[in-house]
Structure formats: structure tokens, C-alpha cells
Write a protein that binds this ligand. Sequence first.
Ligand SMILES: [Zn+2]
Length: 68
Amino acid sequence: MACKSCGSTNESTFVAEANIHFSFSQPKNLDKPGVLVFPTLTICLDCGFTHCTLPERDLCLLREGRAA
Ligand SMILES: [Zn+2]
């Protein structure tokens, strides 16, 4: 697959960890803990454009946290 930014095919896939916080613009979120997720990153090694995909397990955690 080619990079969506520069068209290069010099992309590689990595696994990362990130702590996602719910928006602090809503007072109800101020006390919510962050959600630790493990996205798969596809990074263009020529321009740095990065595409991020979260596994279903992580999406469920975000949905549950948003609804709480
Ligand atoms: Zn690129």
C-alpha cells in the first residue's frame, strides 16, 4: 500500500502504546482515568505520515469510557 501523503511504498508497521484521555472540555471527564491502548502504526519511512489503527478491544474500552 502506498503512503497517503507522498505516495511512497516505503512503509512499515509497528505496535505502540498510548494513554488516551477523554476530553477535559467536559467536566464529567475530569475524574476519568486514561485508557491504555495498543495501536498498530503504519509509518511512511520517507515522510513520516502515520496511520493508526486500534484493535476492537481498545475501541470497546473507549466506547465504555465515553458512555460512563
Ligand atoms: Zn509518505
